[in-house]
Every structure is written in structure tokens, then in C-alpha cells.
Design a protein around this ligand. Structure first.
Ligand code: C5P
Length: 220
């Protein structure tokens, strides 16, 4: 049995990889995995349970107990809508902290690989190409300067009516980048064989088109 093809899109926080990955998936009729959402769900659930973010083993035990489902643009955690509540900066920082534990990362491997189904999958995260889907047909490292990313995040939040400060966002983002890049387990890196896509000066459409072109040339 041949496994469904995977396009792995990794990159730093607020690089636009989620937007690009979901649009590429839509164009190709592929499934989509937002792996960051899984880390964010663990952050939300563990906060509710009062588990210390430093306690790797206990966080790892929590993962298989969680009931997670993605349905029509909604993310459900134990039957409750968590779509919006996982998107706060505080949950993002907590997710980044707990993602450094090998116990948490290991516990999420099977869940992530389970998203690989016909006709194909577009998966975005930090270690999609290096750890979860090393046999991905196309590996993309999507990035942009910290300033461009902070500005994008700022605009997104303001558009949603959420108050935000550009300086604070830039600082949080740099803190998260540093932690994601320096951790011992599955650090954020350009995987072997990955193609780098710098999006600071690209529109979403241009970035999507580039990924689609790269994919076509891989399967041609
Ligand atoms: O992508 P997003 O910002 O939603 O991810 C939240 C956090 O989860 C990241 O800062 C990162 O630490 C972690 N993460 C990870 N590996 C992934 C996806 C996300 O470590 N594949």
C-alpha cells in the first residue's frame, strides 16, 4: 500500500505558514494538519488541569487522555469548542514551553501521523519535515523577518478587535523563536532537502502559488 503524499511546511511563529498551508491543501483537495494547534490544545488542557509546564512526564501522560477533533473549521477539546481560546499569546507561549519536553512530543507523534490520508496531506509546524513526515514529497521552510511577522500578527489581532502592542508582539515572537530553535528535541530548523520560502515581500497568493509550483515539479 502506498502512503498518501505529504507536503510539509515548517517555519517560525507568525510566518504565515498556517494560512499558506491551508490554502495549498484547499487547492489540491488535500487534508490539512495544523500541528501547532495540538501543542496549543495540550497547553490549554494542562492549564485547566493545573499541571506545571515544567512537568514533562505528567504532560506526556495527559496527551492520550485528550479528546481532540477538527470539524468544519472548529477545534474541539473534550467536546468543547477551543477554536478561539487556543489562539491567545499566553497559550502560544505555554505551548512553546511544553513543546520542549520529549515526553509531549513523543505522545503527539501518532496523532499527527494519523492525519495522513488519501488523497494527501499538507502539514504545518516546526518538525513536520524532520521528524513527523521525513518522507514528505515536498518540504518547505516558510519564513519572514521578525519585524514582518510581528506586523502581520498585529494586523490580525487588531482586525479581530483584540488589543495588541507591536513591541510586545515582537518581543514574544523573538522569545518563542529562540526557544523553538534552541531546544534539544526537534528544534526548529531547515530540514535536509527543504526549500526555503522567504515571504516578507510576498503576498499570500504568491506564496501559495510558489508552493503549488514546487509541488507540481516534484510530482512531474
Ligand atoms: O504554530 P503555533 O504558533 O500555533 O505553535 C505553537 C507552539 O507549538 C510553537 O511555538 C512551538 O513551540 C510548538 N510547536 C512545535 N512543533 C510543531 C508545532 C508547534 O514545537 N510541530
Amino acid at each position: 500500500m502506498t502512503l498518501a503524499p505529504v507536503i510539509a511546511i515548517d517555519g517560525p511563529t507568525a510566518s504565515g505558514k498556517g494560512t499558506v498551508a491551508s490554502l495549498v491543501a484547499e487547492k489540491l483537495g488535500f487534508h490539512y494538519l495544523d500541528s501547532g494547534a495540538l501543542y496549543r490544545l495540550v497547553a490549554l488542557a494542562s492549564e485547566k488541569e493545573g499541571i506545571d509546564v515544567k512537568n514533562g512526564p505528567e504532560l506526556g501522560f495527559l496527551v492520550p487522555k485528550l479528546l481532540i477533533s477538527f470539524e468544519k473549521g472548529q477545534i474541539l477539546l473534550n467536546g468543547e469548542d477551543a477554536t478561539e481560546s487556543i489562539r491567545t499569546e499566553a497559550i502560544g507561549l505555554r505551548a512553546s514551553a511544553l513543546a520542549a519536553h520529549p515526553e509531549v512530543r513523543r505522545a503527539l507523534v501518532g496523532l499527527q501521523r494519523g492525519f495522513r490520508k488519501a488523497p494527501g496531506l499538507v502539514a504545518d509546524g516546526r518538525d513536520m519535515a524532520s521528524v513527523i513526515f521525513p518522507d514528505a514529497v515536498l518540504k518547505v521552510f516558510l519564513t519572514a523577518t521578525a519585524a514582518a511577522r510581528a506586523e502581520r500578527r498585529y494586523k490580525q489581532l487588531i482586525a479581530k478587535g483584540i488589543p495588541a502592542k507591536l513591541d510586545d508582539l515582537l518581543r514574544d515572537l523573538q522569545e518563542r523563536d529562540a526557544r523553538d530553535s534552541s531546544r534539544g528535541t526537534a528544534p526548529l530548523l531547515v530540514a535536509e532537502g527543504a526549500q526555503v520560502l522567504e515571504t516578507s515581500d510576498l503576498s499570500i497568493d504568491q506564496a501559495v502559488k510558489t508552493v503549488l509550483d514546487w509541488y507540481q515539479s516534484k510530482i512531474a
